[in-house]
Design a binder for this molecule. Structure first.
Ligand code: ZN
Length: 85
């Protein structure tokens, strides 16, 4: 018997625009399962002034666009490196 339950890990993260200082909390989710090819990352809710520039399966390549025009990844590579040991 095989149990394959894909549980989506939901979390919130504060987004900060490095250009205009616009900030707010985004609601996001991904699947924490190493057997998967990718975490199927998705942003469920964005704070005011932010929009999706380009959706991706990873936080580091999921691009957010601020109303000021600045584009940046949902999660920077520097943040990822800081959390992995
Ligand atoms: Zn901005």
């Amino acid at each position: 018997m095989e149990l394959s339950m894909a549980i989506r890990d939901r979390f919130s993260k504060k987004l900060n625009c490095p250009q205009c200082g616009n900030a707010g909390f985004a609601e996001a989710s991904e699947i924490d399962d190493p057997r998967r090819k990718h975490p199927d990352f998705n942003v469920d809710q964005l704070p005011r002034g932010f929009a999706v520039q380009r959706a991706a399966n990873h936080q580091e390549s999921f691009m957010i666009k601020c109303e000021c025009g600045r584009k940046f990844p949902f999660r920077s590579l520097a943040e990822t490196a800081a959390e992995r040991r």
